[in-house]
Write a protein that binds this ligand. Structure first.
Ligand code: AMP
Length: 307
């Protein structure tokens, strides 16, 4: 089933206590597209870059069967740039620089053959652009998943609330769930966020796993794989979202049971993402690598509780 992805395609610079990168490829939609392409072969990307972007990376998306017809390249303009710095625990980070550049006036043009997608992934981007993209579709998708971040809660909360009314699943981290709902308890936060629109909510808790809240009070928890070394958490959330929706699109399902498996796929891919800087690991991964990581999840989670 066709899966439309929008989000930032960008340059990042990452500082961690263990080292820094120069400018490397990043962006929410870069991670999402790479993750989904390991699971599904009908993925279309809508995004924008400047003419300074890394064209080898665009070719690597094409090699993974991502349709990049909707990726605009703005001549004479610069790509979005984000610079983040992680603290010692690698769970918290500060944004040092956000240069919107081409994202500042991004008009998301959806190619004609992508206007009726069954699955839509609204990756991190201005909520206004996320909304415009949905308005440009000609039929209602089976499932719309959205990711966002505190940056947009700070500067565009009303727009964000407007998109929330139009989506099915929201993925955010615990800190953002608390900011959006004004509740410290994640259970209360989930209830308040359900009332804002999304029937399903996923709260990511970094190295402490992810919580899936259904619209009938169902809750599912998926742990994160304990890793000896976390190199760079950038893009873990996007990779998670890509794995989640990529799995659902590949099986064509949107029910809670399928979403439980999808959360495990998302967590497995995210655990790989953080093992190298930027998109390096996800870009090099094969379906066999993913299967091996899923096997680790199966053995970590498999427990028959007799009571
Ligand atoms: P994550 O670590 O999953 O939160 O995603 C990190 C990615 O989000 C980086 O590769 C950035 O390029 C991208 N990013 C950071 N800030 C923004 C923003 N305001 N809008 C869109 N993408 C962003």
């Amino acid at each position: 089933m066709s899966l439309l992805v929008i989000g930032s395609v960008a340059f990042d610079a990452i500082d961690t206590p263990f080292g820094s990168t120069g400018k490397i490829v990043g962006g929410a939609a870069s991670f999402i597209s790479l993750a989904t392409s390991l699971l599904h072969n009908q993925v279309g990307l809508v995004a924008v870059v400047g003419d300074d972007f890394d064209f080898d990376f665009i070719q690597s998306l094409k090699n993974r069967n991502v349709d990049t017809t909707g990726l605009q390249i703005k001549q004479g303009e610069k790509s979005f740039f984000w610079h983040g710095k992680y603290h010692m625990d690698m769970n918290s980070r500060d944004t040092l620089v956000t240069e919107l550049n081409v994202l500042g006036d991004f008009d998301p043009i959806v190619p004609q053959n992508w206007r009726n997608p069954e699955f839509v992934m609204l990756g991190n981007l201005s909520p206004q652009v996320q909304l415009t993209t949905l308005e440009r579709l000609e039929s209602k998708p089976k499932l719309v998943v959205m990711d966002t971040m505190n940056f947009w809660m700070d500067i565009a909360l009303d727009d964000l609330k407007a998109v929330l009314k139009k989506i099915d699943v929201l993925t955010i981290n615990d800190e953002e769930a608390r900011q959006l709902s004004g509740e410290y308890s994640l259970v209360k936060a989930a209830r308040k966020i359900h009332e804002m629109g999304p029937q399903t909510l996923i709260i990511k808790k970094g190295e402490h796993g992810a919580l899936l809240f259904g619209n009938e009070g169902q809750v599912f928890f998926c742990p994160a794989l304990p890793l000896e070394e976390v190199f760079d958490p950038t893009g873990a959330g996007d990779t998670f979202a890509g794995g989640f929706i990529g799995y659902l699109a590949s099986v064509g399902r949107t029910d809670f049971e399928a979403m439980k498996t999808a959360v495990i796929y998302g967590s497995a891919l995210a655990s790989c993402c953080v093992e190298q800087f930027g998109t390096t690991k996800i870009a090099a991964m094969t379906k066999e690598d993913l299967a091996a990581r899923l096997e680790q999840f199966r053995s970590m989670m498999g427990y028959e509780l007799s009571i």
